[in-house]
Write a protein that binds this ligand. Structure first.
Ligand SMILES: C=C(O[C@H]1C=C[C@H](C(=O)CCC(=O)O)[C@@H](C(=O)O)[C@@H]1O)C(=O)O
Length: 270
């Protein structure tokens, strides 16, 4: 379904009943990324969103509209429309950066937080500037060479090396999902929502009182390192490193990932 919030149209999907679970995909993903996990989560009311510039959600021409503070405000408005006061939030990669921002800015609305292969941003302005420059170059490449050429390169970056050995139908589904987006949507998502654009939340991790589950893939050294550093600063967190998995654990080992999330979501319930 389509929902208009703060002047933009979002594609959102809702299925299941029970504990509310807001799902936020990564860069080049969509709400569809979570569909294979639905059978594992019958007791959750799943709310999956196509983020700005992705899937069937609007791709504003002004990159500033994609900024993380605006997308976090959009999430709050979507929850208001749904009449959901407090929600469990699961974010993967870029979606995890947004999930963390939402938890920092709206702590009372987040019951539990799951961050898969994500980060609180970059700590220094020097790192952020270098990343903005790299993401601007990538955005221009998407606009000049097109989404297909971008996806051909993107699926080969070292971060996704572990996806090369996935079954062909799984790889084909990831590729189809990546090819669905527009050049404007992906380019402006990088410009507005990229890792170098958002503020660093490293110094605010200590504020988060809600339970936080950090999940990373054993073969994704960079984001396992980041997760371990976040774990040291978060007051109420647990860290699970999934053996043999890479960056996209929910794609590579959906059953294990779904079980980890279910156990975290129902922990402490009698
Ligand atoms: C390559 C790096 O960062 C990019 C990779 C992961 C993030 C993501 O959402 C990718 C999801 C996917 O394609 O499966 C993405 C982001 O957080 O915006 C980054 O651009 C890196 O080494 O940091």
């Amino acid at each position: 379904m389509t929902m208009m919030v703060n002047g933009v149209c979002y594609h959102v999907e809702q299925y299941g009943e029970g504990e509310p679970l807001l799902l936020l995909h990564g860069f080049t993903g969509s709400a569809d990324t979570w569909r294979p996990l639905a059978p594992f989560w019958p007791d959750f009311r799943v709310m999956a969103v196509d983020l700005l510039g992705h899937g069937r959600t609007e791709a504003p021409k002004d990159a500033r509209r994609y900024r993380i503070e605006h997308e976090a405000a959009d999430l709050a408005a979507l929850l208001d429309e749904w009449g959901v006061e407090q929600v469990n939030v699961l974010g993967y990669s870029m979606g995890g950066r947004l999930a963390l921002a939402f938890a920092v800015w709206h702590p009372r609305r987040v019951r539990r937080l799951v961050l898969e292969s994500s980060s609180p941003g970059l700590e220094t302005e020097e790192e952020r500037r270098a990343r903005r420059e790299a993401d601007e170059a990538l955005a221009r490449k998407i606009e000049t060479e097109g989404v297909r050429a971008f996806v051909d390169d993107w699926e080969k970056i070292p971060l996704f090396a572990t996806q090369q050995t996935l079954p062909d139908p799984v790889r084909a589904a990831i590729r189809r999902e990546r090819l669905r987006h527009t050049a404007t949507g992906l380019a402006n998502s990088l410009r507005g929502m990229g890792t170098g654009v958002q503020p660093s939340f490293w110094e605010r991790l200590g504020e988060l009182a809600m339970p936080v589950l950090l999940v990373c893939g054993e073969r994704d050294e960079k984001f396992c390192r980041i997760a371990a550093q976040m774990h040291e600063r978060l007051p109420n967190s647990e860290l699970i490193c999934v053996k043999g998995a890479g960056h996209a654990i929910h794609v590579e080992q959906p059953g294990i990932f779904a079980k980890i999330v279910s156990e975290f979501m129902t922990k402490g319930e009698v």
